[in-house]
Design a protein. Sequence first.
Length: 298
Amino acid sequence: LLANSLQSLFNYFKLKKRIFMASLQPMQVGALPKLFVVPPGHKASLGKRQPDFTAKYKNEDEAKPLFKENKEKIFELQRKFYADGTRALLVVLQGMDTAGKDGTIRHVFGGIDPKGCEVTSFKAPSREERQHDFLWRIHEHIPPKGSIGIFHRSHYEDVLVPRVKNLVPENIWQARYDQINDFEKMLTENGVLILKLFLHISKDEQKQRILKRIENETKHWKLDENDIKERKFWNDYFGAYEDLISNCSTEWAPWYVIPGDHKWFRNLVISQILLDTFEAMDLKYPKPSFDVNTINLD
């Protein structure tokens, strides 16, 4: 017990040191992703991660040039990724209601070629889906090679809602952690890169976003009575997220906890993670299968 307490204390101060070091170099945007990744085998420590953290970027105007530069690079690299066609990219977006999943898709991924990207939203399982294992409906939406697949919610809903609402016994949803890890490992071994992003917002920020939707008639369509009801279970969902991230942040598919109270900073960090992922692939346009110099257009 003492050893576990000391290890938790060590991890806490290690996290605080990483945050402090990042704050000393506010313009080193490339260092941000490492700050927010949850190392495999470590606790997510969501309560110790600040949703309003901005790494000394004072405002959106300061971050805007960097975000614009990232998007321009992503646009070109995504074209190479599509042409290369040897790997697929799966982006998993999770977060509390109003965390910014739609906004992330619109602002970070909005400028890429749509023929190489598909968004899938997972809602409550249908009758047919409930007759299969919980991953059955997920697998058919895994992106093909050369494409990006974005999951607006995902297979992780099956270790959230069933747990919070007591829909299945604990041993069932507990076993799903390992099943998800094995599933994702199989995907990565078959050329699918996985980015898992938890959009971390505070309860007060969620309240402010809901109030803005109520006040703005053009956003009434985004209001869902269930979102209001689910807010009562904030602590339960918070604990469920803590456990799923801790149990399912692996070497082959780690979780990133993205500060989400400031939308502009969220977008900047995610754009950098996406850019780093593409750049690490060393992408190149494939060479033609024939000598283009022999072409004669009479």
